[in-house]
Write a protein that binds this ligand. Structure first.
Ligand code: ASP
Ligand code: MG
Length: 455
């Protein structure tokens, strides 16, 4: 059971989450937690401020205070000099148990300010505060409900990674190590999401949103019956409810559908979560901490044909399209290779591609280094850029067999007078995606939703 930051943003929410866990004790849950609320964002800012020797002291105290407020509201004795939990539980005295984490946070922030620089290793150490404190607060909350529970750092249980501090890759040895150490645990373990350790002991992070990965890796390692991702919405929605208020949760998605949706911008699920669960055929359920009885979305290895053609519509804004045009492409071989060599060199990842005889159009969602890449492309091709674009994508296994699907999508956009600038379909039979101007995104998504999901 993984609980995200918004599910743990204050004492009341933590308590509600702990009650959900308590209801499932018979299923022998293992809990994975994110940092409380927006702690990770705050820690990122703190790290930058410290390195620039800005107003970091105030930010540091705010983060600490936020955790103290949670602890106070949970009924813990803040300021008590005890570090072990529940040592006086019989008398009802429960000390706030994050003292060690707080002094670590102070030390590391001061150190960063002294260096005047934020290394990747120190950034990971700094961010680790969020999950470490969160795990302890959650475990103590479970204890207060009479549930036997302890907090663990994932890396002490075997979450071994490579040395890529920011987006570390999990070592192939991790599952075995996790299995071995977790066999010995009793009660409900509450484990830090997002964190790992490289050989030698440095803390690493699994990339923003990485607690889902932690849950999937642990679930896969132990052969869990199910992985539950507890968040603040009732599952994967048919469309972004901010754009389509009448959108509803999709009951069941195949892994492939979920991966496409995640890739094209549906929030809720981290695409990388999918991988460890797929290999073990473990179903993943996305559930709402604030509406725990909603059925949520079940993500299964393969969904049976249900007759439902499209399952959901996703979009991704902030996309830039690059059109590369060269007469040298006529009858030439190696042209694509030459173009993509440049994207590789500048570490730019390409989302959507279409080609014609003399041109290539592609999209990127991160324009770091793009200027330089374009300069280089201009040495042998004409290059146009179109920014403020968006990819819209319709996903569903049923689309494989459905005739007239593309026609339906495009005539519905035509009626709204929305211009489609690129189309991609076929590489994955379960998605049709296309590029529009950012300003057209909302009406594109709405009209498609009405057409495919309207009553
Ligand atoms: N706390 C981390 C983040 O905000 C990891 C997570 O929430 O999954 O990115
Ligand atoms: Mg988070």
């Amino acid at each position: 059971m993984k609980f995200g930051g918004s599910s743990l943003a204050d004492a009341g929410k933590i308590l509600a989450a702990a009650k959900i866990v308590k209801k499932r004790l018979r299923r022998e849950p293992i809990v994975v937690v994110s940092a409380n609320g927006d702690t990770t964002d705050r820690l990122e800012k703190l790290g930058k401020a410290a390195a620039e020797r800005g107003l970091w002291e105030k930010q540091l105290e705010e983060i600490i205070r936020n955790h103290e407020i949670i602890a106070e509201k949970l009924g813990l004795e803040v300021g008590a000099r005890h570090t072990s939990t529940l040592q006086n539980s019989r008398s009802g005295f429960r000390p706030y148990n994050c003292a060690k984490e707080i002094s670590y946070l102070r030390r590391i922030t001061k150190h960063i300010a002294k260096l005047g620089e934020l290394s990747e290793a120190n950034r990971a150490r700094l961010l680790s505060f969020g999950e470490r404190c969160s795990a302890k607060l959650f475990a103590v909350t479970l204890q207060s409900l009479g549930v036997q529970s302890s907090a663990y750092n994932s890396y002490d249980l075997g979450m071994l990674t490579d040395r890529n501090y920011r987006e570390a890759k999990i070592s192939p040895d991790a599952p075995k190590l996790l299995r071995r150490s977790m066999r010995k645990l009793s009660g409900v373990p509450v484990i830090t999401g997002f964190l790992g350790k490289a050989k030698g002991g440095d803390i690493t992070t699994l990339g923003r949103g990485g607690s889902d990965v932690t849950a999937a890796v642990i679930g896969a390692a132990l052969g869990a019956r199910e992985i539950e991702i507890w968040t603040d919405v009732s599952g994967v929605m048919t469309a972004d409810p901010r754009v389509v208020p009448e959108a509803w949760p999709v009951r069941k998605l195949s892994f492939a559908e979920a991966a496409e949706l995640a890739y094209f911008g549906a929030r809720v699920l981290h695409p990388k979560t999918i991988a460890p669960a797929i290999t073990k055929s473990i179903p993943v359920r996305v559930l709402n901490t604030f509406a725990p009885n909603d059925s949520g979305t079940l993500i299964v290895p393969k969904s049976r044909e249900t007759g439902i053609v499209a399952k959901a519509i996703a979009y991704k804004k902030g996309v830039t399209a690059v059109v590369i045009n060269s007469l040298r492409m006529l009858d030439a071989h190696g042209f694509l290779a030459r173009v993509f060599e440049i994207f590789k060199k500048y570490k730019i990842s390409v989302d959507m591609i279409t080609t014609s005889e003399v041109s290539i159009a592609l999209t990127v969602d991160d324009d770091r280094n793009l200027e330089q890449a374009v300069e280089e492309l201009k040495k042998f091709a004409r290059v146009f850029m179109m920014n403020r674009r968006a990819i819209v994508c319709v996903v569903g296994e049923g689309m494989k067999k459905m005739r007239g699907m593309a026609g339906r999508i495009f005539s519905c956009l035509g009626r709204e007078d929305i211009n489609i600038e690129m189309i991609s379909h076929g590489a994955s039979e379960i998605n049709v995606s296309f590029l529009v101007r950012e300003q057209d995104v909302a009406s594109a998504v709405r009209t498609l939703h009405r057409n495919f999901f309207g009553q």
